[in-house]
Design a protein around this ligand. Structure first.
Ligand code: C5P
Length: 231
C-alpha cells in the first residue's frame, strides 16, 4: 500500500491533537504530534542552559543561540512506537512534563528560531518518509508536507478553544482561570501568526474546517471522508 501523508494545521485549542490522534488510529497511521517536538526542544534547551528566564516579563531569552549541528547532537531521541511518536531525553521518556503551561511558552519561544524549525522539520520529514502519518502542527501543511494528499486548516472560535483547553488543564490537575487561558491562547495566536519564519497560515489547497459547535466524532468522521476523497 502507498505511503500517505495527511497534514493538519490550526491554532492552539482547535481540537487538533484529539482529532488527529483519533483520525490516525482509525486510519492505522502514525500520529505525528509536531507540537511535542517543539515542546521537547523548548524544555531541553532550557534544561541545557541555552535559555534563561527573562528578568522583566514572564518570558525567556537566549543565553546562547543553538545552531543545527548543536541541535542534532543533543541527547534527544525521536522514534515511533505503536504508531506514536516517542521522545527521549537522556534516555528518559518525555510525556506529561511536555504539557505543562510553562513548556507551552518555551515551545512558542524556541519555535520562533529558524535553526530550531529546520531541525524540527528534518525530524518530521524523516518520519513521514518511512510511514503513513497524520501530521499535526502549525506548518505541517505549508512547510513540512506541502505535498500531502490532504491538507486541513482546523480552527474554532477563541472562546470555544479556551473552554476546551481549560477542561484539558482541569483533567490534568492544573489550576488556571478561564481568563488566563483566553489570554494565553490570544498571546500564542499572535506569536504563532506573526513570527518571521513559518507563521501559522492557511496553505494553498488546504480545506478549512471550523469545529465550533461540532463534536469530536463529527470532526473525525468529516476528516475521514476528506481522506477518502483526496488520498
Ligand atoms: O501544538 P502545541 O500546543 O503542542 O504547540 C506548542 C507550540 O509549539 C505552539 O504554540 C507553536 O509555537 C509551536 N509549534 C510550531 N510548529 C509546529 C508545532 C508547534 O511552531 N508544527
Amino acid at each position: 500500500s502507498k505511503r500517505v501523508v495527511v497534514a493538519v494545521d490550526g491554532p492552539a485549542g482547535a481540537g487538533k491533537s484529539t482529532v488527529c490522534r483519533l483520525l490516525a488510529e482509525k486510519l492505522g497511521f502514525v500520529y505525528l504530534d509536531t507540537g511535542a517536538i517543539y515542546r521537547a526542544l523548548g524544555l531541553v534547551l532550557y534544561e541545557e542552559g541555552k535559555i534563561v528566564k527573562a528578568q522583566r516579563d514572564d518570558g525567556f531569552r537566549w543565553l546562547e543561540e543553538p545552531d543545527i549541528n548543536y541541535l542534532r547532537s543533543l541527547p534527544l531521541n525521536f522514534s515511533v512506537m505503536n504508531n506514536r511518536l516517542e521522545i527521549r531525553y537522556r534516555n528518559k521518556l518525555l510525556d506529561e512534563e511536555l504539557r505543562l503551561p510553562h513548556v507551552s511558552v518555551l515551545a512558542s519561544f524556541v519555535a520562533r528560531m529558524q535553526q530550531v524549525r529546520s531541525f524540527a522539520t528534518e525530524i518530521q520529514r524523516e518520519i513521514g518518509r518511512s510511514v503513513s502519518v497524520v501530521a499535526e502542527g502549525r506548518d505541517s501543511t505549508t512547510v513540512v508536507f506541502p505535498e500531502a494528499c490532504l491538507k486541513v486548516y482546523l480552527t474554532a472560535s477563541v472562546e470555544e478553544r479556551a473552554r476546551r483547553r481549560l477542561e484539558d488543564y482541569k483533567r490534568r490537575g492544573v489550576d488556571i482561570s478561564f481568563e488566563k487561558v483566553v489570554e494565553e491562547i490570544t498571546r500564542r495566536d499572535r506569536a504563532d501568526s506573526s513570527r518571521d519564519f513559518a507563521p501559522l497560515s492557511v496553505a494553498s489547497g488546504a480545506v478549512i474546517v471550523d469545529t465550533s459547535g461540532m463534536s469530536i466524532d463529527e470532526v473525525v468522521n468529516h476528516l475521514i471522508k476528506l481522506v477518502h476523497i483526496h488520498c
